[in-house]
Design a protein around this ligand. Structure first.
Ligand code: GLP
Length: 255
């Protein structure tokens, strides 16, 4: 896991977008794993100028019982923040269908589509305050595949603002931890003080299902982009800063 501590949230998002843009330039048919949440909004704003004409995308998760016209759905989020601004072809956008009446089949079909696309090249990830990635809540198997999950009460509370006038659904479909670990590059972003504890558990805590993000310690190529506040509880902060600062310029990340 490479930890890069940047000055502020804007730099975190610009750096993530820079890595994705560079990938799209060198391999236009890049397969992207996309995340939702407040963390990603600026990333998608920065990506609106990129060429997605040959790219394919897979979204991490979706709420059950909400359709793409529901403003709380991740399908709606993606359309508003990215898809309607770029030239992605409709048939290469993959979203889990929260309205399915056969969740098991929906998840199997999704996994098969990832395989058929040749796997995910870059998986964007945020992190929940309880250490979840996608909607893999604490207790999730670190080998899990795309499946039906029940949200933790704390996750429902922190995502409440996305459902004005109602509670977020309790049930979701989510890519599994094992599925995420198969991505060739994982790019996890976090900023703000409220993420500091989850970030420390992920990077420096034990490898445990109690913090599903800690599974990334076993991933061969994960870049973690943080602002100073999200890095506040890390023990090796000086080392991470030194290591990035002293990297050869050509190995640093574009913004
Ligand atoms: C949400 C999503 C995750 C996201 C995380 C953090 O519930 N399912 O994919 O990374 O929680 O969200 P935010 O970026 O809004 O803090």
């Amino acid at each position: 896991m490479e930890i890069v501590i940047l000055e502020n949230a804007r730099q975190v998002c610009a750096t993530a977008a820079g890595i994705v843009k560079r990938a799209l330039k060198s391999k236009p048919e890049t397969v992207l794993g996309l995340a939702t949440g407040r963390t990603m909004e600026l990333v998608y704003e920065e990506l609106q100028e990129a060429d997605f004409s040959q790219a394919a995308t897979f979204n991490l998760d979706e709420y059950m019982g909400v359709g793409p016209e529901d403003a709380g759905s991740y399908a709606y989020y993606m359309r508003e923040h990215l898809f309607r601004h770029v030239n992605l072809s409709q048939e290469r956008i993959h979203l889990l269908d929260g309205m399915t009446d056969d969740p098991e089949q929906e998840c199997l079909t999704f996994e098969a589509a990832i395989k058929k696309a040749g796997g995910i090249d870059i998986q964007l990830l945020g992190i929940g305050e309880n250490g979840h990635i996608a909607f893999n809540e604490p207790g999730s198997s670190l080998a899990s595949r795309t499946r039906f999950k029940t949200l933790a009460t704390s996750t429902i509370a922190s995502n409440k603002e996305c459902f004005p006038g109602g509670e977020p659904p309790r049930h979701v479909l989510t890519m599994g931890v094992g599925t995420i670990l198969e991505s060739r590059l994982c790019l996890l972003l976090a900023y703000g003080r409220r993420k500091a504890q989850a970030v420390a558990s992920m990077a420096e805590g034990p490898l445990t299902a109690m913090c599903p993000a800690s599974a990334l310690q076993m991933h061969p190529r994960t870049i973690v982009l943080l602002d100073e506040e999200a890095a506040l509880q890390l023990k090796l902060v000086d080392y991470y800063k030194l290591a990035y600062h002293q990297k050869p310029e050509r190995l640093k990340y574009p913004t």
